[in-house]
Design a protein around this ligand. Structure first.
Ligand SMILES: [Zn+2]
Length: 482
């Protein structure tokens, strides 16, 4: 009896599995018929674009910008896409990073197979790191989802009146929801992110309308890491416009540049570690090393850690000071945890990192996910002094920052050096943007803090740009050019 029951169960599950693949194709075919099959599509609209990873407070929405023009053209056959957009700063400005910027920011982005590039002022700039995401974005569109699923062994699951279809492309899993009217209402995948791990990317589609014989949503909302990155109100759709894209030679031959690390001695046992878009500092204490900032991701952190150990042999990295939670400044922090360092950061960031770092990391495992270390934090409220022997660092919470609510600045009282992130970005004269790249309110707030705390600054060590005398910051602040 037990054996027969077991056989019946086994048979049931086998049939259920087989039916699932069959159901998936049937549901996909019905959706393709209802939505209209296309080989290429172009859709345009307006809405909002958000600065991902640049929230003012860790759990806030990504800072919003106005998307005044947006057109996306996709050729599903050649796996190519082009995105044209113009966005601008809301008035009054919103809090957070990644912006503000002056006037309209115009972008032209491409993907074709494994290649991705941008076209600022008509010149191709390879975007090696963006190719996987731009490619997968093709399959996250309503018609793209149906095509991607049809070609890649889809499976189906009934959820109420809707069907959830799942397929795999490379290491990515894509799930879409098809409703009782045979319309794709949602697509979802997970992308690797240095801060958030396997990060959910959800796109919802609503207000389907007929556009020249093809059904297309009038509202598209994409969320990454749980917050909106794109809200689009679609005004026009052009079915089968074609897209001829040829990959520029400069893009075909591009390879990832090696990670460059340079160090500049600012005082006894104090080094400014640059060489890329984001800087760090290495500080020698009598029995240990403290590093200020773990930006970008693990590759950068490993290079900076190697440099720290070269500059200060035979001492452990005991502390990593994280200035703020923006992803470009915190993407490499986990590597320091794996290295055994305690993380010093403003208190609002601690619960955020604890939650973010607990997420699965199957898509891009890092040293911390492979090891067993626990993250230890020293939460800073308004002030913290890190001191051993004759070495002292003073950490202050930068109150009133429009850029980040939990911003820390670091002051070396003996050497009169001030470390700051994102308030002021001095650069070599030949590289400096006219008018500066930071809004004057950021610098004004930094100057206010320096005065309120009565810091006697002689040298500014910025986490972007170059080391300058304090007089440069004073000049820039009075001219309103950051
Ligand atoms: Zn920032």
């Amino acid at each position: 009896m037990a054996k027969r029951l077991w056989m019946a169960c086994a048979l049931f599950f086998l049939c259920a599995g087989a039916a699932s693949a069959q159901d998936a194709k049937t549901v996909l075919q019905a959706a393709q018929k209802a939505m209209g099959d296309v080989t290429s599509i172009q859709y345009s609209g307006t809405g909002h674009l958000n600065s991902f990873g640049q929230a003012w407070k860790p759990d806030d929405p990504w800072p919003v910008t106005n998307l005044t023009s947006y057109t996306k053209t996709i050729d599903y056959t050649s796996k190519s896409a082009k995105e044209d957009l113009v966005h601008s700063e809301p008035n009054p400005m919103v809090k957070g990073g990644g912006r503000p910027f002056a006037g309209d920011d115009k972008q032209e982005n491409f993907v074709s197979g494994q290649y991705a590039w941008d076209m600022p002022k008509g010149t191709p700039v390879p975007q090696l790191g963006a190719a996987a995401e731009r490619q997968i974005q093709i399959w996250l569109t309503p018609h793209g989802f149906l095509k991607g699923a049809m070609d890649d062994n889809p499976t189906a699951k009934k959820v109420g009146n809707a069907t959830e279809i799942t397929f795999h492309t490379g290491k990515y899993t894509v799930t879409g929801t098809i409703d009782a009217n045979n319309m794709v209402t949602k697509t979802e995948t997970w992308l690797p992110n240095p801060v958030l791990g396997d990060m959910p990317v959800e796109t919802t589609f609503s207000g389907y309308k007929d556009f020249n014989g093809v059904k297309f949503p009038t509202t598209i909302v994409q969320k990454q890491g749980g917050q909106a990155t794109l809200e689009l109100t679609v005004s026009s759709v052009n079915p089968n416009p074609g897209l001829s894209v040829s990959v520029p030679d400069a893009v075909k031959t591009a390879t990832a540049p090696p990670i460059k690390v340079t160090s500049q001695k600012l005082g006894d046992g104090i080094w400014f570690v640059a060489g890329g878009s984001h800087n760090s500092m290495v500080v020698e204490f009598p029995t240990y090393i403290t590093v200020i900032e773990g930006p970008l991701g693990e590759a950068r952190s490993l290079a900076v850690i190697a440099e720290a150990k070269r500059l200060v042999p035979n001492k452990p990295i005991k502390y990593l000071i994280n200035t703020h939670s923006h992803f470009d400044h915190s993407g490499g922090v986990r590597t320091y945890v794996a290295e055994g360092a305690t993380i010093i950061t403003q208190e609002i960031n601690v619960p955020f990192y604890q939650k973010a770092w607990a997420a699965p990391r199957t898509l891009a495992p890092d040293n911390l996910s492979k090891g067993a270390q626990e993250a230890n934090f020293i939460p800073v409220k308004e002030k913290y002094i890190l001191s051993e022997g004759d070495r002292t660092l003073e950490l202050f919470h930068e109150n009133g920052s429009m850029h980040n609510a939990g911003m820390l600045i670091v002051y070396f009282p003996k050497e009169k050096i001030l470390e700051e992130a994102d308030d002021y970005t001095p650069d070599l004269p030949e590289l400096a943007a006219p008018g500066g790249i930071r809004p004057p309110v950021f610098m004004a707030n930094l100057m206010k803090q320096i005065q309120a705390l009565k810091l006697e600054v002689a040298t500014v060590a910025p986490l972007h740009g170059i080391v300058v005398p304090f007089s440069e910051l004073q000049k820039a602040a009075s001219a309103g050019k950051g």
